[in-house]
Design a protein around this ligand. Structure first.
Ligand code: AP5
Length: 217
C-alpha cells in the first residue's frame, strides 16, 4: 500500500507513520527527518535547507523533488508512507509524474485534521530522539525518565523549529502552500480524513479501519 500523510505541523503524521511502519512493514519516508539528517551530516543539501527550516519556510520544490526521487530509487520491496511530502501543488504534480513513470499506484491520501490550539500545545511539549525520529510529548506521552529515550537510553531534544514564533510561521505556510492539496487529492478521489485530536491509539485504530488494513495484510 502506498500512502501520503497530509496535515499541519504537530497533527501526528510522524507518530502514526512510525506505528504503521512497525505494524505493517510500510516504509515511512519523512522529508523532515531526511533533511534534518542531511543538516546533521553537513551535506550540501543540508546546508541549502538549513535557513528555510530554521525560519519555518518550505525548502524549494526542485530540491525536495530531487531528494524524493533519489530516496525512492532504492527500495521497491514494500509500500511507502510519504510523511510531509508533497507540501505544494507543484510537488504533488511532480510526484504524480514520478508515480506514473514507475507505474506505482497511490492508494490514499490521509488528511490529519486538528485545530491550531492543539497543534501549538503539542509542539511546545514535543521531545524528539534525533537518532531515529521517535517523538514523545511531555503532556500526553512522556518518556519514563524526562529527557531520555525509553528505548535507546540516549538524550531527547526539543526541535529548534518548535519555538512558538517558528511554529506560527510553519502553520501560516501550511495554510497558504499546503492546504490547496486537500482539494487536489479530493478531486482525484484519494482523500481520507482522520480526527487527529483523538488519542494516539484511537487515531491508529481509525486509520487501520479507514485503510482496510485488516483485509490488505
Ligand atoms: P517536518 O519535520 O515534516 O515537520 P511538520 O510537517 O511540520 O510536521 P511535524 O514533524 O512537526 O509534526 P507531525 O505531524 O509529524 O507530528 P508528530 O507525530 O511529531 O518538516 C520540518 C521542516 O522541513 C519544514 O518546516 C520545512 O522547512 C522542511 N520540509 C519538510 N518537508 C518539506 C517539503 N515536502 N517541502 C518543503 N520543505 C519541507 O506529533 C507532534 C507531537 O504531538 C508529539 O509530541 C507527539 O507525541 C504528539 N502527538 C501525536 N499524536 C497525538 C495524539 N493523537 N494525541 C496527543 N498527542 C499526540
Amino acid at each position: 500500500m502506498n500512502l501520503i500523510f497530509l496535515g499541519p505541523p504537530g497533527a501526528g503524521k510522524g507518530t502514526q507513520a512510525r506505528l504503521l511502519e512497525r505494524r505493517f512493514g510500510l516504509r515511512q519516508i519523512s522529508t523532515g527527518d531526511i533533511l534534518r539528517k542531511h543538516r546533521e551530516e553537513g551535506t550540501a543539501l543540508g546546508k541549502q535547507a538549513e535557513g528555510y527550516m530554521k525560519s519555518g519556510e518550505l525548502v524549494p520544490d526542485d530540491v525536495i523533488v530531487a531528494m524524493i526521487e533519489s530516496e525512492l530509487a532504492g527500495d521497491h520491496s514494500r509500500g511507502f508512507i510519504m510523511d510531509g511530502f508533497p507540501r505544494t501543488v507543484s510537488q504533488a504534480q511532480a510526484f504524480d509524474a514520478l508515480l506514473a513513470r514507475q507505474a506505482w499506484p497511490l492508494d490514499a491520501v490521509v488528511l490529519f485534521a486538528a485545530d491550531k490550539q492543539t497543534l501549538l500545545a503539542r509542539l511546545s511539549a514535543r521531545w524528539s530522539n534525533p537518532r531515529n525520529g521517535r517523538t514523545y510529548n511531555a503532556l500526553t506521552n512522556p518518556p519514563k525518565v524526562a529527557g531520555i529515550d525509553d528505548q535507546d537510553g540516549g538524550p531527547l531534544i526539543q526541535r529548534e523549529d518548535d519555538r512558538a514564533q517558528t511554529v506560527a510561521k510553519r502553520l501560516d505556510v501550511y495554510q497558504s502552500s499546503t492546504t490547496p492539496l486537500i482539494e487536489y487529492y479530493r478531486k482525484a478521489g484519494k482523500l481520507l480524513e482522520v480526527d487527529a485530536l483523538a488519542p494516539v491509539d484511537t487515531v491508529a485504530h481509525d486509520l487501520v479501519h479507514a485503510l482496510h488494513f485488516e483485509h490488505a495484510h
